[in-house]
Design a binder for this molecule. Structure first.
Ligand code: PLP
Length: 220
């Protein structure tokens, strides 16, 4: 029962206000089942096809989160059931989520993914892009998309100060958006930050949701 013992050890270090997303990408359904039996109910996947296949093999009360780069043409497949999309980072993707949310009679919660790391990557808004996106206000005309907070990934480095600085940046952006755009919206409340290597720093800096793969399931 190594998965169970990893989960128990992890639980000791995670305060009750912080939700744990078990990142199960690349691991088989049997391993997810073990984590489920240990009490976990939120699982994160980064590929649509893989998610669809696993979902059918596992209990219906699992809350599935999508944490990877999401192509517009795949939104349709997850729209009927996805609990949270962590990776909203452009307007066209939002419009597609709106369309598929409407088609399914659902309001789909999404996080604004912000690029906070030094590493070059295609995914995530820059802080300025995200400000502009919110100022433009097209999201207000998307009743089937609920913007529930922000998500970010820190630079992959041993330099804790660097990581802390980036998480602080994300937290302060969250505060700015909360005040500026979501002051009266109680559903804008999530800061998804922290993975196996940096979740403790993330929690210290205000994370409400950590995304843990390796520490629970081992190497991918
Ligand atoms: C894979 C992944 C994780 C989990 O990473 P670990 O280091 O294995 O905990 C978290 N967030 C995102 C976006 C990922 O792609």
């Amino acid at each position: 029962m190594t998965i169970q013992s990893h989960i128990n050890a992890l639980r000791e270090t995670v305060p009750s206000g912080v939700r744990l997303v078990a990142v199960s990408k690349f691991h088989p359904a049997e391993m997810i089942r073990e984590a489920y039996d240990a009490g976990l109910r939120i699982f994160g996947e980064s590929r649509v096809q893989e998610l669809i296949v696993k979902k059918d093999q596992l209990p219906g009360d699992i809350e599935w989160h999508f944490i990877g780069n999401l192509q517009r043409n795949k939104v349709k497949q997850i729209a009927p059931f996805i609990s949270l999309i962590h990776s909203l980072d452009n307007e066209r993707l939002m419009l597609e989520i709106e369309k598929q949310g409407a088609a399914n009679g659902r309001i789909i919660p999404c996080l604004l993914q912000i690029h906070i790391a030094e590493e070059e990557t295609k995914s995530g808004f820059s802080s300025d892009e995200c400000r502009r996106f919110l100022e433009e206000g097209k999201w207000k005309a998307c009743p089937h998309v609920r913007i529930a907070g922000v998500m970010g990934m820190a630079t992959f480095t041993d330099d804790e100060n660097q990581v802390r600085k980036e998480f602080r940046q994300l937290k302060s952006l969250f505060d700015e958006f909360k005040t500026g755009f979501f002051r009266h919206d109680t559903t804008f409340k999530e800061i998804s930050m922290g993975m196996t290597g940096d979740y403790q720093v993330a929690i210290e800096e205000g994370s409400t949701m950590i995304r843990i793969g390796t520490l629970i399931f081992g190497d991918r």
